[in-house]
Design a protein around this ligand. Structure first.
Ligand SMILES: [Zn+2]
Length: 70
């Protein structure tokens, strides 16, 4: 996923929920590895790794609806 494809969410827990619903190509589930906020772009990047095959994936979220209100 690229940052242009960032998913609009209304809370951090929505980001975690989204990732928990995603499956790797191998059908494994993702585990969150790290999180980075980009305040100027109102984006949140979460790096995750497949619990099964260890493939890494970046998830991008648009946090403009709640950033600064946390
Ligand atoms: Zn996998």
């Amino acid at each position: 996923m690229t940052k242009e494809e960032a998913i609009k969410v209304n809370s951090i827990s929505e980001e975690y929920n989204y990732i928990s619903r995603q499956k790797c190509k191998c059908t494994g589930e993702y585990d969150k590895v790290s999180q980075a906020v980009y305040p100027h772009e109102l984006l949140d990047q979460i790096k995750a790794v497949c619990k099964n095959c260890k493939a890494e994936k970046d998830f991008w979220f648009n946090i403009s609806s709640f950033f600064g209100k946390m």
